[in-house]
Design a protein around this ligand. Structure first.
Ligand SMILES: Cc1cc2nc3c(=O)[nH]c(=O)nc-3n(C[C@H](O)[C@H](O)[C@H](O)COP(=O)(O)OP(=O)(O)OC[C@H]3O[C@@H](n4cnc5c(N)ncnc54)[C@H](O)[C@@H]3O)c2cc1C
Length: 411
């Protein structure tokens, strides 16, 4: 008998379940080997990236962007919608949801993250503004309705020039006749994730669509800009807060604030026996080439990678999550894959493409309004090694470039 509990109803939870069922195969007796999945949301697992894409742009419903539902109706699998897990006892192996206590043998935290909310006390410009955050379908529906009603004399301000902020700006420019402004505190948009040439490329696309992007604003300058622009709508997109509270209350190790996640090893194991975590709620501690690293994932690919590793261990492992003979595998050795879609143009990122920290720099291979290839490189013993590839387009040149990760460039 194995009772598995997964807290979360996003892609990390869904992938964990899928990977577990695939790994355990016919060895599972659904009358005793059960999986309970708990989600606060009223929707079955759906693709969250669609919240500010298909849902915002075309009004798709969560059901229309649902993750494949077959595994959720497998015998022995129970999806608890609109159910908040309020407590976990890692020693007694129980959790509480509503009036019910569930006993588990193996537990997975896949609680994701929420938007970082700005404090009105320190951001007085929030007062009396129509402020939106985007994380859920409900956020998306409210913003979509509001944007559709704006006039050309209205202004939309997006606070935050990260990927999600720029996607919100592209949606605002597409859906409304209003004037759209992006206000960013850093010196460049998406500077953490992208090489400078890709950031500039994105800014150029926004300029083509009449969106004004202003960078390098400190708090006072930001407030002054908002006073001057007097926006009808403000979209705040200034990062996410990992949902670690339940795990922390259960005595499971959590990282340092700000940005804290549930600490996991590269296979998704937490500090407690029989407890794993995957997706946006984690921070991964491990070593790469002998150097200690901490990675805080915020992308769908990472949630899938960790969920897959965790699911296999649920099928194979006991107390410490010991997996099959090949070991559980490592999140850190899988290249990260991210993307953003703005104005119908898909920008893909493979590996570590940002140049803001470390000794990485960019090498622009191709740049036009329709296509982009930028290698992010670091010095290696034999030459420059490609650590990240940023591309737009589908031509043979662009596709070939996507395979360059890890290659050593000729001097
Ligand atoms: C608007 C938006 C656009 C994005 N676009 C992209 C993109 O283009 N590409 C990309 O790679 N990534 C994108 N991301 C990031 C990506 O969506 C996330 O990395 C991914 O969804 C994380 O999945 P998750 O399952 O860890 O968390 P989530 O999807 O946040 O799911 C967490 C789940 O846990 C549940 N939960 C939390 N606490 C409890 C509790 N106590 N009890 C029960 N249930 C609980 C919540 O209800 C929720 O269902 C985007 C994110 C957003 C918000």
């Amino acid at each position: 008998m194995t009772r598995i509990a997964i807290i979360g109803g996003g892609v990390a939870a869904h992938t964990t379940l899928k990977s577990y069922l695939a790994a355990v195969g016919g060895d599972r007796d659904p009358s005793t080997d059960t999986v309970d999945i708990f989600t606060t949301e009223p929707h079955a697992p759906y693709r969250r990236p669609e919240v500010n894409k298909g849902m915002l742009l075309t009004g798709k419903t969560p059901a229309e962007v649902a993750l494949p539902g077959g595994i959720l109706t497998e015998p022995g699998v129970t999806l608890h919608l609109s159910t908040v897990v309020t407590a976990v006892d890692a020693d007694a192996h129980t959790l509480t949801a509503g009036d019910t206590t569930y006993t588990w043998d193996r537990l997975v935290f896949a609680t994701g993250a929420g938007p970082r909310l700005l404090d009105p006390a320190t951001n007085p410009w929030l007062a009396d503004r129509d402020v939106h955050y985007i994380r859920t379908p409900e956020h998306s529906a409210a913003l979509r309705t509001r944007l559709a009603g704006l006039a050309p004399t209205d202004t939309v301000v997006v606070v935050g020039g990260g990927v999600l902020g720029l996607e919100a700006a592209s949606a605002a420019a597409t859906l409304s006749d209003a004037q759209v402004h992006v206000l960013e505190m850093g010196d460049e948009v998406c500077a953490r994730m992208l090489p400078p040439a890709a950031s500039r490329w994105l800014r150029d696309r926004h300029a083509e669509h009449g969106v004004t992007v202003t960078c390098g604003l400190d708090a006072a300058a930001l407030a002054a800009q908002i006073d001057r622009l007097d926006p009808a709508v403000v979209v705040v997109s200034v990062g996410a807060v990992r949902d670690t509270m339940l795990a922390e209350d259960a005595g499971i190790a959590v990282g340092e604030r700000p940005g804290a996640g549930v600490i996991v090893d590269p296979a998704g194991r937490t500090s407690a026996p029989d407890v794993w975590a995957a997706g946006d709620c984690v921070e991964v501690h491990g070593e790469l080439d002998g150097v200690p690293v901490i990675v805080r994932p915020e992308d769908e690919g990472s949630a899938r990678t960790l969920g897959t590793l965790v699911g296999r261990q649920l099928a194979a492992g006991g107390g410490t999550g010991a997996a099959d003979a090949d070991g559980p595998g490592s999140y850190l050795t899988e290249p990260r894959r991210g993307w953003t879609n703005q104005y119908g143009l898909m920008l893909n990122i493979v590996g570590d493409a940002g140049t803001a920290s470390g000794d990485r720099r960019e090498q622009v291979e191709l740049s036009s309004p329709e296509e982009l290839v930028v290698f992010t490189v670091a010095s290696g013993t034999d030459g420059d090694v490609v650590t990240g590839v940023t591309t737009v387009g589908r031509s043979p040149e662009v596709r070939a470039a996507k395979n360059a990760l890890g290659t050593v460039l000729a001097a």
